[in-house]
Ligand binder design. Structure first.
Ligand code: A2P
Length: 337
């Protein structure tokens, strides 16, 4: 039994890594020591945690000796290479990349939905799901428990911070160029993102869907343990800095009513009902930014599909869609080390 684990963040200087640091601090995570790892470029830089400066170290094969839990958010390539090294050194890896998510012997966990899955980790690797999938399922899980989910038709409205610091920079630069009347440059996205929306997140596959869109299908099935769940999704990049929004029509086994659906959110952890459209009350991305809770609103009967509800879910994808979810998984692991 380890009283207080030694925790490492791999990719500590990235957008999600920094947020992990914030979440560990805010949640008063019980750790004995925190090691920050990144590329050689950042080695020697200091980051503040609990009023103390910690030096960032270069990630190497030897980084994991003595570490109990490692939170990875440095991209799929780094995870593929270093997660097995960390696990072999006796560390539990919580990986934010898509590298292991669909592996049968790697659990895919949203703590409010399937916390028990974290205990069954033969490779000592636990995967953190895709950000849009987490936020959508946070909105749907209470309804699934009440009515039995059968299918999802979703459109996402994804913030530019989902593409890391470079996405934010591109939107800011383009807005500046438009205001100044200078030339707009595009580097990160296939089209100008300022004053635009782009129905293209991640790479297209033979089916005509993108990889991001298929994550909602495959990861949704795995997390909810619903192998027959049907999902159609369109993922769209929008000129919003932070927080993803998702418009969902959800099909159920039982006939839902709007009132029962609203009731289903009572006392649920991590998701809040904000649903009084006559008063202008519904979730918007600026209101969830920097917050832990996802928000759900605009709940109404779907006018096309039987036994279906239409709703709108919003959540901070850097927090609940990535860093916070990983830290919550770490809390489950730490409690049982
Ligand atoms: P660094 O800042 O030293 O490049 P983001 O997704 O926000 O761009 O963050 C990526 C994170 O992954 C950063 O912390 C980055 O560190 C880290 N990273 C990228 N390449 C490597 C590498 N080769 N070894 C270790 N960390 C890496």
């Amino acid at each position: 039994m380890i009283n207080q684990p030694h925790v490492a963040i791999v990719g500590a200087t990235g957008a999600v890594g920094r947020e992990m640091l914030v979440c560990l601090e805010e949640r008063n995570f019980p750790l004995s020591q925190l090691t920050l790892l990144a590329s050689a470029r950042s080695a020697g830089q200091t980051m503040t945690f609990r009023n103390k400066d910690i030096k960032v170290q270069e990630l190497t094969d030897k980084s994991f000796e003595g570490i109990d839990i490692a939170l990875f958010s440095a991209g799929g390539g780094i995870s593929l290479e270093y997660a097995p090294i960390a696990a072999a050194a006796g560390c539990v890896v919580i990986d934010n990349s898509s590298a292991f998510r669909m592996d049968e012997d790697v659990p895919l966990v949203v703590p409010e939905i399937n916390p028990e899955a974290a205990a069954n980790r033969p490779r000592q690797i636990i995967a953190n799901p895709n950000c849009s999938t987490i936020i959508t399922l946070m909105g749907l899980a209470p309804l699934h428990r009440a009515f039995g989910l059968k299918g999802i038709i979703a459109s996402t409205y994804q913030a530019v911070s989902g593409s890391g610091a470079q996405g934010i920079e591109e939107l800011n630069e383009q807005i500046r160029a438009l205001v100044e009347g200078s030339q707009v440059h595009t580097k990160v996205y296939p089209h100008q993102i300022a004053h635009n929306v782009i129905p293209h997140v991640d790479v297209f596959q033979e089916t005509g869907y993108t990889k991001e869109e298929q994550k909602m299908l495959h990861e949704g099935r795995k997390i909810l343990n619903l192998p027959d769940l049907k999902v159609t999704c369109t993922c769209v990049r929008v000129p919003v800095m932070r927080s993803h929004s998702i418009s969902v029509s959800a099909l159920f086994e039982k006939t839902p009513s709007v009132t029962e659906a609203q009731e289903a959110y009572r006392d649920q952890k991590g998701v809040r009902l904000v649903d009084d459209p006559s008063q202008g009350l519904y979730p918007v991305p600026l209101n969830t930014t920097g917050k832990d809770d996802c928000e759900v609103g605009r709940i109404r009967l779907d006018q096309v599909l039987p036994n279906a509800l239409a709703l709108w879910v919003v959540g901070d994808q850097v927090r609940k869609g990535a860093a916070l979810n990983a830290v919550q998984i770490a809390e489950i692991v730490a409690a049982r080390l």
